[in-house]
Design a protein around this ligand. Structure first.
Ligand SMILES: Cc1cc2nc3c(=O)[nH]c(=O)nc-3n(C[C@H](O)[C@H](O)[C@H](O)COP(=O)(O)OP(=O)(O)OC[C@H]3O[C@@H](n4cnc5c(N)ncnc54)[C@H](O)[C@@H]3O)c2cc1C
Length: 475
């Protein structure tokens, strides 16, 4: 019987501290790996060009890392339930290992792959790797999943966190016969984003790959984490970790990230620093909260979590939506944020909240339009975090209180007081007075001369309209 195992990478694009891979390694050091370009994901128009570019470049680094350790990462293309069993059968694979995911499609796909492999007499083994606590680990006293963040966090925070796996130093190489067999398989060369139909010509917001992610974590921990709480809300400042794309695709291990924050906490000299780190850890818990929510309530991807909001009377004005997408609403902070997104594939968290509030509560457009646009554009597009963020902003999801309506002007005054962020992204108004930029009160004639749009809606009127409709839904 062959002792060759296959590791199937998905959202865990690294060798180090990878629970599924390490578990396979403990059984046999003879491991090869694969990544499958699944048409459901890559032909869906639901994945951003920046994300595809980041993913492919990370895969390239991963391939090099496998080669350094005597093994190989093979690229497959097609339906996973067809191409993975075909590949595994030709190579006489004993077991296929992979890490689990919370997304409804992933769960369904894994089930199909497992069944198809079973028919060929190949076993599968799966593990939780992408979370510090798997979705069934943190439950309320009544053993039900949490739907409110604060009690979830209190429970999550108290639980002992897992430690990292040991590094893998070398794999056992394939025999010459096995290398010959590979030639009969359906492997392809790693394509470029362009070959997959995605155009992304800008530099990536965060360089791809495990090394860059580790460097970024180190930089954040050495320079920014101890001021995180004070700086994280200012989009003109680099005050957050910018690790979301690496975390999203598992280019860096979540255990390593957690331990880095704990280590800094141990050496902190002030309560203030400790609070800053704690605030960052709370963000990691938000990610896990939304993932467990999606795992237990897969219907979240279809619409509002709260029953009265399933049929909310949105205006859904297509012209307004296009203006929002293009950053031409006449609200400087909203336009700056949308232009940052379009140009870099990333948007600061404060701005994600501002533009989401603006789309749902000022333009009264269904949050699912915004959710879809974000997924198509974000380098860190993540189904659970994105859906959670949008439902939070639309007040349609878990944790709906208080009713959150962001006033774009007060948000700019508070978080971009000098208008630096607005100036950076909305070039045509960059020479205007700070007061005009942050209040958004730009005279019509000035707008005309700068070539900038006058506001497409009136915040006060729209806010009132939304509140009235919201009240009716609650009754
Ligand atoms: C409308 C909306 C849509 C969003 N869509 C996404 C998305 O598609 N993908 C995504 O990763 N995040 C999303 N977020 C959450 C958040 O904006 C990003 O995680 C954050 O801006 C990433 O920057 P960072 O890595 O510097 O985060 P940091 O502030 O350094 O936080 C560290 C990590 O914690 C996690 N995190 C932080 N905030 C949140 C949050 N509110 N919800 C879930 N996880 C969080 C991320 O993994 C992040 O990398 C969304 C938020 C909103 C309001």
């Amino acid at each position: 019987m062959s002792n060759l195992n296959l590791f199937w990478h998905r959202r865990d694009l690294r060798i180090n501290d990878n629970i599924g891979l390490y578990s396979a390694y403990l059984t046999s050091k003879k491991i090869i790996a694969c990544y499958c370009l699944d048409p459901v994901i890559f032909d869906s128009n639901q994945i951003a060009p920046a994300k595809v570019t980041y993913l492919l470049e990370s895969l390239q680094e991963l391939q090099e890392n496998y080669r350094k350790l005597n093994s190989e990462l093979y690229i497959l293309q097609g339906k996973p339930e067809q191409v993975i069993p075909q590949f595994a059968e030709i190579l006489n694979i004993k077991s296929v290992y992979y890490n689990l995911d919370v997304e409804p499609y992933s769960k369904e796909r894994d089930q199909k792959v497992t069944e198809a492999l079973k028919e060929k007499g190949i076993e599968t083994k799966s593990y939780w790797d992408q979370l510090l606590h798997n979705p069934t680990e943190i439950l309320s006293k009544s053993k039900t999943p949490y739907t409110i963040y604060t009690p979830y966090w209190k429970n999550w925070q108290q639980q002992i966190k897992p430690i990292s796996m040991e590094n893998i130093n070398k794999f056992e190489p394939l025999t010459e016969t096995e290398k010959e067999l590979i030639k009969n398989t359906n492997i392809i060369n790693l394509p470029t984003a362009k070959e997959l139909g995605f155009i992304w010509d800008q530099p990536l917001f965060l360089s791809a790959g495990e090394k860059a992610a580790n460097d970024q974590l180190e930089y954040f921990c050495n320079n920014l984490i101890e001021q995180y709480q004070e700086q994280r809300d200012f989009p003109a400042i680099e005050g957050t970790s910018r690790l979301s794309s690496a975390i999203n695709l598992g280019v860096i291990s979540i255990r390593k990230i957690w331990q880095s924050s704990v280590k800094i906490m141990e050496y902190c000299r002030s309560d203030e620093s400790r609070n800053n780190i704690l605030t960052w850890q709370k963000e990691l818990a938000w990610r896990e909260f939304y993932q467990q929510a999606l795992y237990h309530f897969p219907e979240l991807i279809k619409g509002a979590f709260r029953e009265p909001f399933k049929n909310f009377p949105w205006d859904n004005n297509r012209e307004y939506f296009e203006a929002w997408c293009e950053g031409k609403t006449g609200y400087p902070i909203v336009d700056a944020a949308m232009r940052e997104l379009n140009e870099t594939g990333w948007m600061h968290n404060r701005c994600r909240m501002i533009v989401a509030s603006f789309l749902t509560k000022d333009l009264i457009i269904d949050w699912r339009w915004g959710e879809e646009y974000f997924m198509k554009t974000l380098i860190d597009g993540d189904l659970s975090a994105n859906n959670g963020g949008w439902q939070w902003s639309a007040s349609s999801g878990m944790d709906p209180k208080p009713l959150r309506i962001f006033n774009p002007a007060s948000q700019s005054q508070k978080f971009d007081p000098e208008g630096e962020y607005i100036r950076l992204w909305v070039k045509e108004i960059s020479s205007l007075d700070t007061v005009e930029l942050v209040t958004g009160k730009i005279p019509e004639l000035t707008c005309y001369h700068c070539g900038y749009t006058t506001p497409i809606v009136d915040h006060k009127i729209q806010q009132q309209k939304f509140k009235e409709r919201y009240k009716l839904q609650k009754m």
